[in-house]
Design a protein around this ligand. Structure first.
Ligand code: MG
Length: 290
């Protein structure tokens, strides 16, 4: 499915434009800064310099008590919607909100059983988000909308990442950035086969065609990574393609490693806009602080 082109219609998402620290859940477009015992999280979403609307979305979700934040983790999500008229924006918003709801809905009753696997809960939440987008906006509703979705569960000492589509998650450790996700896109596959370099892929005319997305079909194959151990000072960056198609990874690495997460997010968005900003840009940066 091809993203981009004209995306028209007024956004009716709850646009969260606030600056400063937010109360949870924080989601939407605009900017936020959220502080937990173990993590400091900044996020920014911007329509870019050309598009009329922002069809990206992000979410930061956690339970209220420190104990639940430790045991269930903080769920962070970035999505990039596609589809005509309003549907791309609706798909990205719906996916983020259902993912956040579903991940923690499983948490209430079952207590100990859920300690078994954060990964299973994350997988289940993706399937639930897929079902909701598919049935309300996607093909199950005679629509043609879908969305990328890259999510991370931040636990005190590790992170679990899951995704469908080409929004990316990176680990930044000691100033070095490593991609944790594989792009589900035509050019992503060409890079893995050695046909294209990553730099060529970022500027390829077909870079918008993605091979997996939330809400496109009744079923969904997600990539669910093994848990990655995090040390104090490590950062997780999640972003939509509007970032890495505008500025190269070396520059992203340099900016994302420095300053507060919130400032780094602002700067990344600013740089992507300076370099053309031809797509919506969403950046979420979480630092393990303790
Ligand atoms: Mg995009």
């Amino acid at each position: 499915m091809r993203r981009g082109r004209a995306r028209r219609g007024a956004r009716r998402a709850k646009a969260k434009k606030t600056l400063g620290e937010s109360r949870l859940p924080a989601y939407g477009i605009g900017m936020t800064l959220t502080r937990f015992n173990h993590y400091l999280i900044g996020a920014a979403s911007d329509r870019g310099s050309i598009r009329e609307h922002n069809e990206d979305y992000f979410g930061i979700f956690a339970q209220e008590t420190d104990e639940l934040v430790r045991s269930l983790g903080i769920l962070v999500v970035v999505s990039d919607g596609m589809g005509g008229h309003l549907s791309g924006a609706e798909a990205s918003r719906k996916a983020v909100e259902s993912l956040g709801e579903a991940y923690f809905a499983a948490a209430g009753a079952a207590g100990a059983r859920l300690e078994a696997s954060h990964a299973n809960r994350l997988r289940w939440a993706f399937l639930e988000a897929n079902r909701q987008v598919y049935e309300t906006i996607g093909e199950g509703h005679n629509g043609m909308a879908g969305t990328t979705c890259t999510a991370a569960v931040l636990l005190p000492d590790r992170v679990i990442v899951a995704h469908a589509g080409d929004s990316r998650a990176y680990l930044i450790r000691g100033g070095v950035m490593t991609q944790l996700t594989e792009d589900h896109s035509i050019v992503g596959e060409m890079v893995r086969k050695g046909v294209l370099s990553k730099e060529e892929a970022a500027r390829h005319p077909h870079r918008n065609i993605i091979t997996r997305a939330v809400g496109l079909r009744g079923n969904l194959d997600i990539d669910l990574g093994e848990p990655v151990g995090l040390e104090r000072g490590d950062r997780i960056l999640i972003c939509s393609d509007g970032l890495f198609s505008m500025i190269d990874e070396r520059e992203i690495e340099e900016i994302a490693a420095k300053g507060s997460p919130e400032k780094a997010c602002r700067k990344l968005v600013k740089r992507a806009k300076e370099e053309g900003g031809s797509d919506n840009i969403t950046v979420l940066l979480a630092e393990r602080t303790a």
